[in-house]
Design a protein around this ligand. Structure first.
Ligand code: ADP
Ligand code: MG
Length: 469
């Protein structure tokens, strides 16, 4: 571990219990050699996903999207966009005008009963939200092209045809796996509204994020999501995509949606998973699935911290006076935003940490407890940042291009105080010498990106009539 990184994960706990605590958390401290092993395995798995004869056994699906051209700044017009990411659902009106972008958006709630209900309920709910948005924005009667950011693994059969391969994150709606998402939305729109919208593109949030950043930065060829889930996409040469069965016209490239959150589902990461990772998995709604995602993303990080703190409390190493009724002992009640808040404490007063502990109902904690809580958070978020860095470094080394921008979106990256720095530092260790990179926050990546894909599609449709963009 470089000394800069070691410094950011230091613990100044002077408790006698420190050695005992170490025994319960040492599994989160991984060597650079271990991250290099992860990169090697990931590279193998990605190559398996890309090849026709190994794709069916690969966990990382490497789905070719039908997005082959990046925006060139000439995209114009008004577009509707939908962004269904896992936690948030938004409807957006995106106005593109010669490089300028104006966005109006509204976030709608998707209640849990709908996330776990039927597909028809989900798409009717989405259609109702679109109907409301169109009415509230005086768009009734306008024919608007729509780009849909649907951030679940889909096998794409065309730019506006994508079959769901499995649900991930908190969703499990019946009757949707294997179905064409655009068709289901069209049907719901027909049932529930009289809006005149045409779905011209369906993408996932990583692709939207890449497109959105590429609008202003021509060196951007990788997109990363660190939100509810974790996923990445990148621009790949068609010659390397064994699965590609579209045409080979210029540009001979296509964005690959890696769906790397599933990395490790075949057990290849078991050597580094901790007992806490296994417990979280057992109690998740998709046991055995999305192994990498569960070690990194916002939906899970808080729960890993909670499981460690719960264990330390049971062992009598922290919170000796804590009441067993508090939220520390309840699954899902320690949010990932707490990790950001706790790690933002920089002095001995631990204001944020105390506020979080008060909120979850821990009583009689000491300053020593606060130090340990913060230490646990730093170890778990650092592992997540380093695993993300290992993934990106694998892609950068694979592309082997002199200079590259990586567009990143998602609340974990946006709000965690150290994620960006930790990732950058680790990537400096893992990326091949001579290759330059920069991590760039993509503002409103997924919403704006979906509208841009739709806009590029409309531009190309009006000129050369082709099926991809
Ligand atoms: P989506 O995945 O729906 O696009 P976001 O990018 O907002 O939505 O990510 C939501 C995830 O981010 C949630 O799992 C939540 O726990 C996490 N999150 C929200 N706020 C913060 C924060 N301040 N720090 C770290 N994680 C956060
Ligand atoms: Mg999002």
């Amino acid at each position: 571990m470089s000394s800069k990184i070691a410094k950011t994960c230091q613990c100044d706990v002077d408790s006698e219990c420190f050695c005992e605590i170490e025994a319960f958390v040492k599994g989160f401290k991984l060597s650079t050699l271990t991250y290099k092993r992860v990169m090697h395995l990931l590279n193998q798995e990605m190559n398996n996903g890309l090849k026709e004869h190994t794709h069916h056994v690969a966990d990382i699906k490497m789905f070719p999207t039908f997005v082959r051209s990046l925006p060139d700044g000439s995209e114009n017009g008004d577009f509707l966009a939908l962004d269904l990411g896992g936690t948030n659902f938004r409807v957006l009106l995106v106005k593109l005008n010669k490089g300028d972008v104006d966005i109006q958006s509204k976030t709608y709630l998707i209640p849990q009963r709908i996330m776990l209900g039927t597909g028809q309920q989900l798409f009717d709910h989405i259609a109702d939200c679109i109907g409301k948005f169109v009415r509230d924005h005086d768009l009734v009667g306008q024919k608007l092209p729509l780009g849909f950011t649907f951030s679940f693994p889909c096998r794409q059969e065309g730019l506006a045809k994508a079959r769901l391969s499995k649900w991930t994150k908190g969703f499990r709606c019946e009757g949707v796996v294997g179905e064409d998402i655009c068709h289901l939305l069209h049907e719901a729109l027909r049932r529930r509204t009289n809006c005149d919208v045409e779905i011209v593109a369906i993408v996932n949030d990583a692709v939207g994020t890449l497109m959105s950043a590429a609008h202003t930065d021509r060196d951007c060829e990788i997109g990363l999501i660190l939100g509810t889930g974790c996923n990445a996409c990148y621009m790949e040469k068609l010659d390397n995509v064994g699965l590609w069965d579209g045409d080979y016209t210029h540009p001979e490239q296509v964005i690959i949606n890696t769906e790397w959150g599933a990395f490790g589902d075949n057990g290849c990461l078991d050597f580094l998973r901790t007992e806490y990772d296994r417990e979280l998995d057992t109690f998740s709604i998709n046991p055995g699935k999305q192994v990498l995602e569960k070690m990194i993303s916002g939906m899970y990080m808080g729960e890993i911290v909670r499981l460690v703190l719960e264990r330390l409390a049971m062992e009598g190493l922290i919170f000796r006076g804590a009441d067993r009724d508090c939220y520390l002992f309840e699954r899902g009640k320690f949010y990932t935003k707490y990790v950001s808040e706790i790690e933002s404490d920089h002095d001995e007063f631990f204001r944020n940490t105390k506020q979080v502990l008060d909120e979850i109902g821990v009583e009689n904690y000491t300053t020593e407890d606060c130090k340990i809580v913060k230490y646990v958070c730093t170890l778990i978020s650092a592992r997540a940042a380093f695993l993300s860095a290992a993934g990106l470094s694998t892609l950068i080394n694979k592309k082997n291009k002199g200079d590259m921008t990586i567009a990143v979106d998602g609340s974990l990256y946006r709000f965690h105080p150290r994620f960006h720095n930790l990732m950058s530092l680790k990537m400096q260790e893992l990326v091949k010498p001579g290759l330059k990179f920069r991590l760039q926050l993509s503002h409103d990546g997924s919403g704006k990106g979906a509208a841009l894909v739709a806009a590029v599609a409309m531009r190309l449709r009006n000129s050369i009539k082709q099926e991809c963009v």
